[in-house]
Design a protein around this ligand. Structure first.
Ligand code: BLA
Length: 516
């Protein structure tokens, strides 16, 4: 894949999306003085609600807008302590006779209140939150694989939210998103199994999505409502909106959505082992604002999904580790039965190759090279060993795309793409090396990733940074890669190394005692 120009990627990564200075106008935003509960900063659109310009409301008590009981609830939440970055739902509030959902959180020392018009009862005909998520939980037991989990999550999220298209995708090692599960309303185009280039979601956005787990863009045609005044009077800086549900989103991304003919988008983070594993991504061709309790149900579903994925992945790695350990024990016993460990391993070539699911292997010891299975020629192996040298940090080196790292790769034969090497001695060249063949992969991209940025776009808001405008699938053939080395395989190889060192050490001791 041809990457985007680096300066453009850097510019994408640098956009300070947590301080946009404005909100989406489907709700109202206040920063309150913690003690007096007076308004320190607010969104300009509060004018619609209060009938007064935003700057006339600065310094006024929030009590001017809230009913007495709402004010008491806010007061209790603030004084009870424990108010965190995580938004806290205060329930319905009556604001100037309008029924609102109120959400409060504290971040960077600031107290932030967000209110949005609440759904009328007939709008939340989907029912209440817990029964919704309960059906997801009940179906979980029938899923065997991570893919099935993703399909179920897509289906359930669409059922709960009514979005026209829901995708569940996983980020691979290079940050590209791969759609594993999808649920569609008739008429929506399928993105199942497509890859989305990493540059679609810049670094700082991924970082933000690790801490804030749900985002809604209710209407891509929205006009942002600026915060007044622009600098926060308490901190004298632009206010950090990373936990504000109403945060205005990047204009580049808004253009992207329009190009995709998606006017509403909601995404929910999938966090596995503390990292952003993927997203549940919801699209709708017209503006759409699921009520707060539905969004909370989705966030909850995302958390359950995350835990289930983690459990399934851990279980599969643990089963695999156990299998590797069994193979290792049998290899070790054949090594200890024979006079030297090289001949012990060579006598069990099949088991040795099978240990790492390799097509070929080599054992380098005492200046000699023993080749097993489909291995490259000797000079090429020695050259590789020289190159690996101190790259075998902590005794191990691995790659599943050798040619992109090693200039001499061609000499090994074009079909070899994966190398796993463990070094047995730091003083001498003692290596065990496994080789894996190239597996040609066909990747279907959603649009040519090399054109991830559209030079023809003529949007006014997005002058320099332009997202692509085509999502038509584009097939790329990826060469030069083997199946990747799994975590359990790398850990197993290191364990094997430790065991060999122990055997070698014991041999040396036996020899020493014989000599006495
Ligand atoms: C954010 N880009 C996003 C988000 C998604 C995508 C899901 C999170 C916000 C949301 O929920 O909508 C991308 N949307 C996708 C993908 C699919 C999808 C991959 O539905 C797959 C089906 N975007 C670009 C380029 C830049 C860029 C070139 O294409 C760089 C300048 C930026 N994307 C960009 C930014 C954000 C973003 C800045 C953050 C938006 C925000 O949260 O403010």
């Amino acid at each position: 894949v041809d990457a985007l120009p680096q300066d453009l990627l850097d510019a994408c990564d640098r956009e300070p999306i947590h301080v946009p200075g404005a909100i989406q106008p489907h709700g109202y935003w206040f920063c309150l003085n913690e003690f007096a509960l007076t308004i320190a900063q607010l969104s300009e659109n509060v004018r619609e609600l209060a009938g007064k310009a935003a700057d006339e409301l600065l310094g006024r008590p929030i009590a001017d807008l809230l009913s007495q009981s709402s004010l008491e609830r806010l007061h209790r939440a603030v004084t009870a302590g424990g108010l965190l970055d995580r938004p806290l739902y205060l329930g319905h509030m009556s604001v100037r006779e309008q029924l609102m959902d109120a959400i409060v959180h504290r971040h960077d020392g600031l107290l932030i209140l967000e209110i949005e018009p609440a759904a009328s009862d007939d709008e939340s005909s989907f029912g209440t939150m817990y029964p919704l998520v309960r059906s997801f939980v009940a179906s979980l037991q029938q899923t065997e694989s991570v893919i099935e989990l993703c399909e179920l999550a897509a289906r359930e999220t669409r059922r709960i939210t009514g979005f026209g298209r829901v995708l569940v995708y996983r980020f691979n090692d290079e940050g590209h998103g791969h759609v594993l599960g999808e649920s569609l309303e008739p008429g929506y185009e399928s993105y199942l199994d497509l890859y989305f280039p990493a540059s679609d979601i810049p670094k700082q956005a991924r970082e933000l999505y690790r801490s804030n787990h749900i985002r809604l863009i209710a209407d891509a045609h929205y006009v942002p409502s600026p915060l007044v005044p622009a600098l926060n009077p308490i901190t004298k800086k632009p206010t950090d909106l990373r936990y504000s549900g109403l945060r205005s989103v990047s204009p580049v991304h808004v253009q992207y959505l329009k190009n995709m003919r998606t006017l509403a988008s909601m995404s929910i983070s999938i966090i596995v082992r503390g990292e952003l594993w993927g997203l549940i991504s919801c699209h709708h061709e017209s503006a759409r604002k699921p009520p707060f309790d539905i969004r909370t149900a989705c966030e909850h579903l995302g958390q359950i999904l995350s835990l289930q994925i983690e459990a399934k992945e851990e279980r599969s790695e643990a089963t695999h580790s156990l299998e590797l350990r069994r193979k290792m024990v049998s290899l070790l016993s054949s090594m200890t039965d024979s006079d030297n460990f090289v001949s012990g391993l060579a006598a069990n070539a099949e088991a040795f190759l099978g240990f790492a699911e390799a097509s070929g292997a080599a054992i380098i010891s005492g200046g000699r090279c023993l080749r097993l299975g489909d291995a490259p020629n000797e000079p090429a192996i020695f050259a590789l060993v020289d190159w690996i040298g101190d790259r075998a940090l902590e005794g191990i080196f691995s790659t599943h795309q050798l040619a992109s790292e090693y200039d001499g790769a061609a000499a090994l034969g074009h079909h070899i793409a994966g190398v796993l090497a463990i070094s047995i001695s730091q003083l001498h060249q003692h290596f065990l090396i496994w080789f894996r063949p190239e597996v040609v992969q066909t990747v279907r991209w959603a649009g040519n990733p090399a054109k991830a940025v559209d030079p023809e776009s003529s949007s006014e808001t997005v002058q320099r940074l332009r997202p692509r405008s085509s999502f038509e699938s584009w097939v790329e053939t990826v060469r030069g890669r083997s199946l990747p080395w799994r975590r359990s395989e790398l850990e197993g190889a290191l364990e094997f190394r430790g065991a060999i060192l122990a055997v070698v050490l014991r041999r040396a001791e036996e020899l020493a005692s014989l000599a006495e």
